[in-house]
Design a protein around this ligand. Structure first.
Ligand code: CAA
Length: 294
């Protein structure tokens, strides 16, 4: 059922090796799921060896937990680890057929990486970006293969969250779209498809919801606990909007709201209180404090 819902075409080439650009939280999560669930050889590129070291340690920990919880055998754990290799020079990605870029949300950086990937990779290879807010069409235009560029937006933490939003750009081919859906499915994810518009589906809905919760707090309509409890118990979500904002990071929430505001208009203006928390360095769980203390 999963497979059918995501995938409609027979025009598919086999992906033999996956590349991941960026060994941060998202990149490592994507690499792990590629190696463990899709069982593909995965090559991670990051120019920073320290970041790679940190990433591989995290992979070891997550696989170790899977083994200790009897979800996979020790042998499967070891073969998953063996499928993951790392490189510190982008040209070493030349033999991958599908690459997923997961570096920080900076349009110039992403365009530069795509320009380089385009030069290095086989002409048939597909280039996907894990951006949550940058135009796929704009990133694609940095390459000479815009029909082979696509958005693949994973949710954080990647190994836990079941969704991938797939975003074809203006010139993405149906073949690229179908191969990408097939890959996401083989990684155990359910995919949804969105047009290339600011925020796609998830952040278009989620960020104004979080922002409105912050405005409700700012206006003194309710306490932070009552806002969260109302939504948690009143709408059956695992956590309320202010807690979720702390988990995502208030800097990330603000950056995405700014994109929505700039591109879609006044309705999406970021809450003043959100800006204040970011200015104060209270960025949420990762900093030990946001709307709550951790
Ligand atoms: N990587 C891999 N696995 C992780 C992880 C990570 N970074 N963080 C937690 N997990 C795993 C844990 O290892 C644990 O696995 P086991 O069952 O094997 O032990 C499992 O998740 C549950 O973790 P815990 O019980 O320790 O912790 P928790 O109660 O905090 O639950 C969570 C973890 C389910 C991820 C929870 O924190 C959560 O729901 N967070 C919000 C997730 C979310 O909504 N993400 C989407 C944000 S929006 C987005 O990503 C879009 C965007 O562009 C901003």
């Amino acid at each position: 059922g999963l497979f059918r819902s995501c995938f409609h075409s027979s025009a598919v080439t086999q992906i033999k090796q996956l590349g991941v650009v960026g060994a941060g939280q998202m990149g490592i999560g994507i690499a792990l799921v590629g190696a463990k669930v899709a069982q593909l050889p995965v090559k991670i590129f990051d120019s920073n060896p320290e970041q790679i070291k940190k990433g591989l340690k995290f992979v070891d920990e997550l696989i170790g937990k899977d083994v200790s919880k009897d979800r996979i055998t020790e042998e499967e754990g070891n073969s998953t680890k063996k499928r993951i290799t790392t490189v510190t020079d982008i040209s070493e990605l030349s033999d991958v057929d599908f690459v997923i870029e997961a570096v920080s949300e900076n349009v110039d950086l992403k365009r530069k990486i795509f320009e380089n990937l385009d030069k290095v990779l086989n002409k048939k290879s597909i280039l996907a970006t894990n951006t949550s807010s940058i135009s796929i069409t704009k990133i694609a235009a940095a390459t000479k293969r815009p029909e082979k560029v696509i958005g693949m937006h994973f949710m954080n933490p990647v190994p836990v969250m079941k969704l991938v939003e797939i975003i074809p750009g203006l010139t993405t081919s149906d073949e690229t779209l179908n191969i990408t859906k097939k890959l996401a499915t083989s990684m155990g994810k359910t995919c949804t498809q969105s047009q290339d518009v600011p925020g796609f589906i998830a952040n278009r809905l989620l960020m104004p919801y979080i922002n409105e919760a912050i405005i409700v707090l700012e206006q003194g309509i309710a306490t932070r606990e009552d806002i969260d409890t109302t939504m948690k118990l009143g709408t059956n979500t695992p956590m309320g909007p202010l807690t979720l904002a702390d988990f995502i990071g208030l800097d990330t929430c603000l950056a995405i709201m700014k994109v929505l505001h700039n591109e879609l208009g006044e309705k999406y203006r970021p809450a003043i209180l959100l800006q204040k928390y970011v200015d104060a360095g209270l960025l949420g769980k990762k900093k030990g404090e946001g709307f709550y203390k951790y």
